[in-house]
Design a binder for this molecule. Structure first.
Ligand code: ZN
Ligand code: ZN
Length: 354
C-alpha cells in the first residue's frame, strides 16, 4: 500500500470526511511537497494539492497521487470549491498549527463545519517507513563524520562559534541541507548550560566541551551530543560525572525495546544518576523522537506513559550539569526494532582527551 493510501485509510477509519493540511511538516509528510506555500486537502478517496503558479510544477513532481489545483485568488476560496464538489460537510483542520486569523478566514469562507484535529499525522509520523529510515541513517552518518572531523580541528584558543561553524560547514559539504537546530558548543563552565548555543568564548586547556548538533538530510534530522576534554580535565569531578552519564546512557541502550514506556526509559537513566547523588543535576528529560522535526514524539520523559513501538526513532541523552564546574551530555539516536533497538550514531563514547 502506498503512503498516501495508508493516510487515506487512517482518515477513513477516523471517520473524517476531509482533512485540510496546512502546517509545513505535516504537509510535507502527507504529500512529499518541499515548497513553502500550498495546502493538502484529503478525503478517504481524493487527494488535492492546492498551490499557486510558483509551485504547481514542483507539486506535480513531488506530490505523487495528488491532483494539483492552482489557485489564483485567495487559497481558501479554491479549497471551498473542492469541498463543495465533494459534498464535504465536516472539515478537519490542524488545530495545533492554525492561527486565529487563519481560523477566522476558514470560518468565513468554508460552508463545511470546522472540526479541530490534533496529533493525527504526528502519531503516524512516529513510525518511520523504510524510506524515512534511509534518510535518518544518512543524516546520522553525516553527523558521525563531522565528529571525527572536528576532533582534528578543535584547538585551544578557538572560539565555540568557530567550532560550530566548522561542524555546520562540514555537514553541508557531506550532503546535508542544513543543521537540524542551532549547534550547541559549550565549553568550560558553559558546559553546565544544557543549551549553551555556541558563543565567542575561547576554548581553554582543561575545558570540557559539549557539542550537540545534527543535520537535515532529505528532509530528516539527526541529533547527537558528545562531550570531550581539552587535555586533562580542569576539575577531577568532571571525569566522575562523565562516567556516570555514560553508564546511564549505555543502560538505556541495553534496555530500550518495544512495550517500554517513556517513563520507564527515563527512569533507567535517572535512577542511575540519582544513585550517585546527581539526581538534581539531570534536569531535563531523557530523550525525544526525531524525524521531519528535531523534536517530535514519542518522548522519553517522566510525563510520557506512551509505549514504544518498532519504527520509533528516539534520542537517548542523559546529562549531568554542575554550575561553576561544567557538564556532560552524551546523546545517540536509537531506532526501536522488533526485539530491542539499533543505535544509529557510531562515534566513540569513551572520554576523549584531546
Ligand atoms: Zn541533541
Ligand atoms: Zn536531542
Amino acid at each position: 500500500m502506498t503512503k498516501l493510501a495508508n493516510i487515506q485509510k487512517a482518515i477513513s477509519e477516523r471517520k473524517l470526511e476531509a482533512v485540510l493540511v496546512t502546517s509545513e511538516y505535516n504537509r510535507r509528510y502527507v504529500s512529499g511537497f518541499t515548497g513553502t506555500s500550498g495546502v493538502a486537502l484529503l478525503t478517504p478517496e481524493k487527494a488535492y494539492f492546492v498551490t499557486d503558479f510558483r509551485y504547481t510544477e514542483q507539486a506535480a513532481r513531488q506530490a505523487v497521487g495528488y491532483e494539483i489545483v492552482k489557485h489564483t485568488g485567495p487559497i481558501f476560496e479554491t479549497v471551498e470549491e473542492l469541498l463543495q464538489q465533494n459534498g464535504v460537510r465536516r472539515l478537519a483542520f490542524e488545530a495545533d498549527y492554525v492561527t486565529v486569523s487563519a481560523y477566522k478566514g476558514m470560518e468565513a469562507t468554508f460552508s463545511a463545519s470546522l472540526e479541530p484535529l490534533s496529533d493525527f499525522f504526528e502519531g503516524m509520523r512516529q513510525i518511520k517507513s523504510a524510506d524515512e529510515m534511509k534518510a535518518i541513517k544518512t543524516a546520522c552518518e553525516i553527523a558521525d563524520k563531522a565528529f571525527d572531523h572536528i576532533l582534528g580541528f578543535i584547538k585551544v584558543g578557538m572560539t565555540e562559534l568557530e567550532v560550530s561553524n566548522e561542524l555546520e560547514f562540514f555537514m553541508r559539504k557531506q550532503g546535508a541541507t542544513s543543521s537540524s537546530f542551532d549547534t550547541i558548543v559549550a565549553s568550560g563552565i558553559r558546559s553546565a548550560l544544557p543549551h549553551g548555543v555556541a558563543s565567542e568564548k575561547k576554548i581553554e586547556q582543561g575545558d570540557f566541551v559539549t557539542m550537540d548538533y545534527g543535520c537535515y538530510y532529505n528532509g530528516y534530522c539527526s541529533d547527537m551530543t558528545r562531550t570531550i576534554s581539552i587535555g586533562e580535565p580542569s576539575n577531577p569531578k568532571l571525569k566522575e560525572i562523565y562516567q556516570i552519564t555514560l553508564d546511564a546512557q549505555l543502560k538505556v541502550i541495553d534496555a530500550l525495546k518495544p512495550g517500554m514506556s517513556g517513563i520507564e526509559a527515563d527512569k533507567i537513566a535517572r535512577d542511575h544518576i540519582a544513585s550517585f547523588g546527581y539526581g538534581d543535576a539531570f534536569g531535563h528529560s531523557l530523550g525525544h523522537g526525531i524525524g521531519l522535526e528535531i523534536h517530535e514524539g514519542p518522548n522519553l520523559s517522566m510525563n510520557s506513559p506512551q509505549k514504544l513501538v518498532p519504527g520509533n526513532v528516539v534520542t537517548d541523552e542523559p546529562g549531568i550539569y554542575l554550575p561553576g564546574i561544567g557538564g556532560v551530555r552524551i546523546e545517540d539516536d536509537l531506532l526501536i526494532t522488533e526485539t530491542g533497538n539499533e543505535v544509529l550514531i557510531h562515534s566513540p563514547k569513551e572520554l576523549i582527551l584531546l
